[in-house]
Unconditional design. Structure first.
Length: 771
């Protein structure tokens, strides 16, 4: 009957059609969800592949192009920054390196251009940039050559003026005593002529001698005046701005040189000493010959024009090069922005599609859960569950819906199986009633056979008595007891099994005793090690806590250092601005000093004119005195007036000379001031450059301090985490110590319990007291 029921159940559970089965429907639902998940993953993969390709292109093309374009811009700025330095240089030492573009810079330039070509820049554009750099370098080199030539011409002109001033000092030093001697003689003659003392002789030769002395003084003062004019003319040449001005100055020089030579020729032969002629020759030398101070100034003017043209050409080249580099930078920026924009659009669209797919997946999942699992599957399972529960309680009066048993899926098979089990249970009840009837018949048969088994019962009682005795000994821990009494044949196997069991128990207790001793020793060692580990963990936790506190303090100090570096950076930036402003002030002072120097030269020329006027007034007074002497007594009053005028003229000449000396000294001081102000300007420029370097260093220190502060904060956090872990380890070690001590106590208890047993050696095991 049971075989037929199993076969019936198996037949009911044969595999239903896959499309109509629960398994098929669940597989289909999970397949839909899996498909949606795979679709979302594939969409994400494709999107991230596109984004990765965009960023790869950005990394391999746009960013290198932008980086090398900026490198070219820095290179161009370095060359451009040299141009104003060269143009404003005051001496050859200020020009710096004579190479406009070094070989190393050329290598960097070629490398950057090749990298731009490799990153996708048109080779013609790179060639145009290379040509612009070459043109800029050539113009800068030409500017250096022009500036060096300008310094050479200026030095040559300065040497000529210095030689002329030395010659002027020599000539005036030689002519001064002659003029003073002639003036003294003329004064004596005039006093003789106008004397009221009758004893003083007066003749016509006195008037002739006075005329000769007067002409001698006049020529001397004329030579002084022309020499002053030539020295002033040499100084004025330095300010000439065109060849036309130098031609006018050269004409004035020619006239002055002729006047000086004529004045020397008029001097008496005994006064035409070689020192005066040599000094005058050296005084006139800068303005004579084919290469004179005027031609040198013309060359300087031409060089200045060429220098300005070169600067303008450099400016045009810089503008063109800046435009080319700016185009490269803009192109790289546009390409980078385009790649980033594309990546952003890809991410946005992918996010949108993934959101739609997620919403659709949620809707499908809710539909499957609500429409199929809740309303169909769970409802049917609930019906089947009630039927199975009734069947388990013995209630066979239930009915399953007919449509459940008629379905061809797994739940339909279960419903059919429940129906079969119900039918089988009904059949079983019927069979049990039949078995009860048979049991009554068997009881009657047993009473008849009881008499036959009484003998066997007595034998069994004997066996049980012996086994009970041994079991009583065994209960008191005696593992040596064995049954040695003879048993009937049918109980002989029970005797052997009992003796074997006691022997096995004896061996087991022996092993337990040995293991208990080992456990006690091991637990003691573990307890000691755990206690030591706990102490070390506590020490380590305290050390880590101190280390964490020290790191926190260091982090705070580094943060303060970073803040101080930031403040120092602001101070350095303000200092840089002040240094630049000071440079501007020094340049303004330098221009003012130059104007003062030019004004001093003009005042010197005016003083020379005043000196000439005094000289002419003196001559007029002398002429008036001579004419008054010729008039006799009628001209004595006029002679006195002429003498006073001459005295005033002499005083004016002396005052003009003193003023000229003061102006010459002031001019020297102004020149020294110009040099000092120029040196101050260069020092300020160096200070500004060094302050800029300091600013860069301070910025690096601030950034490094900030990075160190961040790193130390992370280390501090890690130390705090390590401190917590160490404290947790200490707690675990304490628990391990407690557990090992408990294990030792339990091992001692186990030893005490096993000590109650007697084994075959006849000795009780050694028991270690618990600690």
């Amino acid at each position: 009957m049971w075989m037929s029921m199993q076969q019936k159940i198996i037949n009911q559970w044969k595999t239903p059609a896959i499309l109509t089965s629960v398994r098929g429907r669940l597989i289909g639902a999970f397949a839909v969800v899996t498909f949606l998940t795979v679709a979302g993953s594939f969409l994400s993969f494709v999107a991230f592949q596109n984004v990765d390709a965009g960023f790869h292109q950005l990394q391999s093309e746009s960013l290198p192009q932008l980086d090398h374009s900026l490198a070219l811009a820095r290179f161009a700025n370095e060359i451009t920054a040299r141009i104003p330095v060269i143009a404003s240089a005051e001496d050859p030492a200020s020009l710096g390196d004579k190479d406009a573009i070094s070989a190393e810079q050329n290598g960097v330039l070629d490398q950057s251009l090749q990298a731009l070509i490799d990153s996708g820049v048109d080779s013609s554009t790179a060639a145009a940039i290379h040509e612009s750099f070459a043109t800029l370098g050539a113009n800068t080199q030409n500017l250096l050559r022009l500036k060096e030539a300008q310094f050479g011409l200026k030095g040559e002109r300065t040497r000529m003026i210095a030689d002329a001033r030395a010659a002027y000092a020599s000539a005036t030093g030689s002519m001064g005593p002659i003029a003073e001697s002639a003036a003294s003689d003329l004064e004596f003659l005039l006093q003789t002529m106008f004397s009221t003392d009758p004893s003083v002789p007066f003749d016509k030769s006195t008037g002739a001698n006075s005329d000769q002395k007067f002409i001698q003084i006049k020529n001397s003062w004329q030579m002084f005046s022309e020499a002053n004019g030539i020295i002033a003319l040499y100084a004025e040449v330095s300010d000439a701005r065109s060849p036309a001005e130098t031609r006018l100055m050269k004409g004035r020089f020619k006239s002055a040189s002729q006047n000086i030579e004529a004045a020397i020729e008029i001097l008496p032969p005994e006064l035409q000493i070689e020192d005066i002629k040599s000094a005058v020759k050296r005084l006139l030398a800068p303005g004579l010959g084919e290469r004179n101070i005027f031609s040198i100034r013309n060359e300087e003017i031409t060089l200045t024009e060429n220098l300005n043209n070169t600067l303008r050409a450099n400016q045009d080249g810089i503008i063109a090069l800046s435009s080319q580099i700016e185009s490269l930078v803009k192109e790289a920026q546009v390409s980078s922005a385009l790649q980033i924009s594309k990546s952003g659009e890809t991410v946005t669209s992918t996010r949108f599609y993934l959101a739609l797919l997620a919403l659709f997946s949620i809707a499908v999942s809710i539909g499957i859960a609500w429409g199929y699992v809740a309303n169909s599957l769970l409802r049917r399972l609930s019906s089947i569950h009630r039927a199975i529960s009734a069947l388990a309680e013995g209630n066979l009066n239930f009915e399953l819906p007919a449509k459940e048993s008629s379905r061809h899926d797994e739940l339909g098979g279960i419903a059919k199986s429940v129906s079969i089990f119900r039918e089988s249970a009904s059949a079983k009840l019927k069979a049990e009633r039949e078995v009860a009837d048979q049991r009554r018949l068997a009881e009657q048969e047993r009473e008849r056979s009881a008499k036959q088994t009484s003998e066997a019962a007595r034998e069994l009682e004997t066996v049980l008595d012996r086994i009970g005795t041994c079991l009583a000994k065994l209960a008191h821990g005696d593992l040596v007891c064995e049954i040695d009494t003879a048993f009937p044949t049918e109980y002989q196997k029970l005797k052997l099994d009992f003796n074997n069991a006691v022997g096995s128990l004896n061996d087991t207790i022996t092993l337990i005793v040995s293991s208990t001793a080992s456990i006690r020793r091991g637990s003691s060692d573990i307890s000691a090690a755990a206690s030591e580990l706990s102490a070390r963990s506590e020490t380590q936790a305290a050390s880590l806590e101190e280390t964490a506190a020290a790191l926190s303090e260091i982090t705070s100090n580094l943060q303060r250092t970073a803040d101080g570096a930031a403040r120092a950076r602001k101070i350095v930036e303000q200092t840089t601005a002040d240094a630049k402003q000071s440079t501007k002030v020094v340049n303004s002072s330098l221009e003012a000093m130059s104007q003062i120097e030019a004004s001093s030269e003009q005042i010197s020329q005016i003083i020379g004119i005043i000196n000439d006027i005094a000289f002419q007034t003196n001559l007029l007074a002398l002429n008036a005195g001579v004419e008054a002497s010729r008039a006799g007594d009628a001209g004595r009053g006029f002679a006195v007036v002429a003498q006073e005028v001459r005295t005033l003229a002499q005083r004016s000449s002396d005052a003009a000379k003193e003023i000229k000396d003061l102006i010459m000294a002031s001019s020297g001081h102004v020149s020294d001031g110009v040099k000092m102000v120029g040196e101050t300007g260069r020092v300020l420029n160096r200070i500004a450059s060094e302050v800029a370097d300091i600013n860069a260093v301070v910025v690096g220190i601030a950034e490094s301090a900030q990075e160190q502060a961040v790193g130390l904060r992370e280390v501090s956090q890690a130390m705090n985490s390590l401190d917590q872990m160490t404290q947790q380890n200490a707690a675990i070690a304490e628990r391990s110590t407690s557990a090992s001590q408990q294990l030792a106590e339990e091992a001692a208890e186990l030893g005490r319990l096993t000590g109650k047993f007697s084994i075959k050696t006849g000795k009780k095991p050694f028991v270690i007291a618990s600690r």
